[in-house]
Design a protein around this ligand. Sequence first.
Ligand SMILES: NC(=O)C1=CN([C@@H]2O[C@H](COP(=O)(O)OP(=O)(O)OC[C@H]3O[C@@H](n4cnc5c(N)ncnc54)[C@H](OP(=O)(O)O)[C@@H]3O)[C@@H](O)[C@H]2O)C=CC1
Ligand SMILES: O=C(O)C(=O)[C@@H](O)[C@H](O)C(=O)CO
Length: 274
Amino acid sequence: MPSIPDVTLNNGVTMPQLGFGVFQVPDDETAQAVGTALEAGYRSIDTAAAYGNERGVGQALAASGIPRDQLFVTTKLWNDDQGHDRALAAFDASLERLGLDRLDLYLIHWPAPEQDRYVDTWRALERLYADGRIRAIGVSNFHVTHLQRLMDETGIVPAVNQVELHPGLPQVELRAFHREHGIATEAWSPLAKGGLLRDASLGRVAERHHVTPAQAVLRWHLQLGNIVIPKSVTPERIRQNLDVLDFTLDEDDMATIAALESDLRTGPHPDTFG
Ligand SMILES: NC(=O)C1=CN([C@@H]2O[C@H](COP(=O)(O)OP(=O)(O)OC[C@H]3O[C@@H](n4cnc5c(N)ncnc54)[C@H](OP(=O)(O)O)[C@@H]3O)[C@@H](O)[C@H]2O)C=CC1
Ligand SMILES: O=C(O)C(=O)[C@@H](O)[C@H](O)C(=O)CO
């Protein structure tokens, strides 16, 4: 199987374009799922303090025997821990649960605009970055207004914005803003939580390439330049979602998948959540 391509972030750090997400995987099942993913070839793992499974992720990383510099670990700061000092403490707690002394990517999970603390929180992440405790810092679920404010008030451009993104919600304008400012786009729920996979037109694209609908959707993301972190607890699907590197969708295929746009949101709205 070809190797997973890297994306170079705006500070020069490289991140695998295809990783493994663990939302809603219970902590005591996480080590097994992440272990299967690492065995299959994934090297990037996406978790969050809010998922309650950082310990399970850490156990799998430790058990894998894979050298630390070949792994890319992301976790996220939960909304209750926003604010400068709380963020510093939350970071220490996440690292302790993960069993790591350094993180690859730390994200503010949601802007939680009603709290109005994401700029202060961002300054804490900048400090952790300056101290060499995180290789890259970014945000999640930020819209253009939130990104613009961070950049205006701090001058530091996030390396990554992880947002809900799939054919039903392709985030065309946000992706254009990211491109303009050198922010990498990371797609959460890249499979729309499984919701679009029975679509007939998607099925025809998949059939043409002898792949599954999920593989066609992941390939669509990769060709758009998105970083993806599909989640599965099913070993066969974990392996299948990685096997998307040796076929290419043509323009018609890409357009067919793009036509699934329907303003579909599977998660909360960033302007009102948190
Ligand atoms: N920053 C944020 O706010 C958010 C971040 N995320 C991150 O993004 C990751 C992925 O998003 P998530 O919401 O989990 O949803 P996904 O879009 O990755 O879909 C996961 C669902 O699709 C199923 N599935 C996976 N692979 C296949 C396949 N090949 N064929 C058919 N069905 C499949 C899974 O089932 P099964 O497991 O039973 O195999 C599961 O039900 C999360 O795990 C998390 O890391 C997610 C939500 C919000
Ligand atoms: O999975 C995540 O990372 C999320 O932030 C969301 O799932 C979010 O917590 C949510 O769906 C709350 O209802």
